[in-house]
Write a new protein. Structure first.
Length: 376
């Protein structure tokens, strides 16, 4: 898992001005809340005073108050009040917690968990269809007892559909397509395949419906960054499913997936329940496989598995992971787990680039031997 990417924190509706929301991401505790203007904020959950969990406290106007001794922190992470020192006190410079850039999009709250300045940040995926009248969205949030890379790789894998999702009539590749490396296109921060599929079996199954327009029969998947996955199933020019998975590693063996599933057909209310049921069945089929993979974490070398042409997209994804390793963005999970318990640790926020004197130590990263070049 990596720092310096956008991670989904919660559904927008879960982050309120009434009660803070505690969220574990990248093995570490965070808190989300809204200020009196409705703006969402994400902070490290650990109070700079003596380690109280801010998320157990109260929201007071634009600040969150620690439940232990009432220190208040604004959305920018700076302490705004220490009750025991009185209202006229000069507050210590170290009285601050990490505060992360936030975007509210697609019905979700995202936080940038890293310290890069805005111009250098890998982007949050741009879902153009979201909110347009032609497309209807369904949201699904589910926890997977697996490492997030295994989940993303599952989404990039076109061969598994035929075996895992047989009952749903998911599009599958022709025998010819399965034996040749997938045509992969490199995109900024990721890799993509989009191809006409050979063996669609959707006629008599849950995906069947009224077809309009010329049959297209194309599908593909791609990733942007380590944790954003897109799947297009374009049955015809006008009948499509476009699914966007935003995934946050809770820790090294648990993942929270936020799926924004869009379709531009069967968008009337009466289809909603059936579409939800089909999607939930597909999710359940994937979970049974992904939660039982061995080893839990993606192997650090492809020689630990036997890859074939159908795994081309997975190999490309792993190549990208190595690029982010080389930037020094990969969290050193083993060292982190050794230190947790003895130290309060957090992800460095962009504010650390412009000020020092921070109380919490930052997450250990695996050292890279290469330069700090931007791979996009
Ligand atoms: S630990 Fe938060 S105010 Fe004391
Ligand atoms: Fe699947």
């Amino acid at each position: 898992m990596y720092i310096n990417f956008w991670y989904p924190v919660a559904l927008a509706s879960e982050v309120t001005a009434e009660k803070p929301l505690r969220v574990k991401m990248l093995c570490l505790p965070f808190v989300a809340f809204r200020d009196s203007n409705g703006q969402a904020h994400v902070l490290s959950d650990t109070c700079a005073h003596r380690g109280g969990a801010l998320g157990l406290g109260k929201i007071k106007g634009n600040s969150i108050a620690c439940p232990y001794h009432g220190w208040e922190f604004g959305g920018d992470g700076r302490c705004t009040r220490i009750p025991s020192l009185g209202d006229d006190a000069k507050l210590p410079a170290r009285a601050k917690v990490d505060a992360y850039p936030v975007q509210e999009k697609y019905g979700l709250i995202f936080a940038f968990l890293g310290d890069l300045p805005a111009a250098e940040r890998p982007p949050l995926y741009d879902v153009e269809e979201y909110g347009t009248p032609q497309w209807r969205a369904q949201h699904f949030v589910f926890d997977v007892k697996a490492y997030y890379e295994r989940s993303i790789e599952n989404g990039l894998d076109p061969i598994h559909n035929e075996f895992v999702h047989q009952a749903q009539g998911q599009p599958s590749l022709s025998p010819e397509q399965q034996r040749t490396p997938l045509p992969i296109e490199q995109i900024p921060w990721g890799s993509k395949h989009y191809i006409k599929f050979g063996g669609a079996k959707s006629e008599d199954t849950a995906l069947s419906g009224v077809r309009q327009g010329p049959r297209l029969g194309a599908a593909g998947s791609w990733h942007q960054g380590p944790n954003q996955l897109v799947t297009y199933i374009d049955l015809t020019a006008t009948n499509s499913f476009h699914q966007y998975m935003f995934e946050t590693p809770i820790d090294e063996s648990n993942t929270r997936v936020f799926l924004v599933s869009l379709r531009n057909w069967l968008i009337e209310d009466q289809h909603e329940k059936r579409m939800e049921e089909v999607t939930r069945r597909v999710i359940a089929e994937d979970l049974l496989i992904v939660e039982n993979l061995n080893p839990v974490r993606t192997p650090d070398s492809n020689t630990k598995e036997v890859l074939v042409p159908g795994d081309t997209a997975i190999a490309h994804y792993r190549d990208w992971l190595r690029k982010w390793d080389a930037l020094g963005w990969r969290i050193d999970i083993k060292t982190l787990n050794e230190r947790l318990g003895d130290y309060a640790i957090t992800i460095p926020c962009p504010g650390r680039r412009t000020s020092d004197n921070w109380v919490q130590e930052t997450v250990p990263l695996l050292q890279s031997s290469t330069s700090n070049r931007n791979p996009a």
